[in-house]
Design a protein around this ligand. Sequence first.
Ligand SMILES: [Zn+2]
Length: 306
Amino acid sequence: MPEFYLQIFADPILRGTIGFALGAVTGSFLNVCASRIPNGLSIIRPASRCPNCNDGIAWKNNIPIVSWLFLKGKSKCCDYRIPLRYFVLEFLTAVLFAFFFVSFGNINDYHYLLTSLIFIPIIMVVIVIDLETMTIPDRFSIGGAMVGLILSFLMPALHGFSNEPLFLERVSALLASLLGMLISSSILYWIGAIAERLMRREALGQGDVKLLGFVGAFCGWQGGLFVIFGGAIVGTVLLIPVMIISKFASRKDDSDHGNGIGLGMEVPFGPFLGIASIFYFLGLREFVEDWFETSFADFIVFFSGL
Ligand SMILES: [Zn+2]
């Protein structure tokens, strides 16, 4: 391992700073993706332009996080209000990257660092696009799942195998990833299908099912299962206050309650799944792995005792 690499990684503050800067730049790129991909535009050309007057944006007005704050959320050219999303996405990605650089600085954890740096940007851009357009582009869900399969073969430690894997361990990790993809999306598919029968309306989109395939390919079926239930919990926690407020704010229009959550608007499930998967990467992974391990041990002990 090169000397300078070890020096950088020995110091958590330096690591965190590098992670923060890298995350801010990544977040800035994600903003471009989230604005252009749903409209079928190239993410490479043209260079950044003001969406209002189409003027080019000077580099000093295009620095992640800093420029938005400095310009107070308005473009230099025509005072166009730059959506808060630009700032939030850059800042959150920066904070998450800093966290991953600090917590996975140990050289033995490099596979966690690398996979977090790949998984998190994809899930962040999916959350934004799903919130804004109610769709999840296949290139992120299906494409992301393919990336997860490949990474599992390259770094079997992702699925609990050793850091210096045998070929057989690589194949086993690839299988774990494939099973994670298939099992997670099937479970979500059937939950959605049953909910649809019970509630007589569309409960889940195909996009959510494919998104769970992406999560399962990275996190295995245990992680996928956690994200399904975690997503439901996150959704409940975030929606209950909104429902209560909207109930009090508009008692008169009981007639048109859209999809029944009392908002009169459709709510995408993808962002909740995304938030749950971020929590998984932020450290719930170990908890989930332990839980499944001990539960299965108890399960086997219970049945062998019968
Ligand atoms: Zn402008």
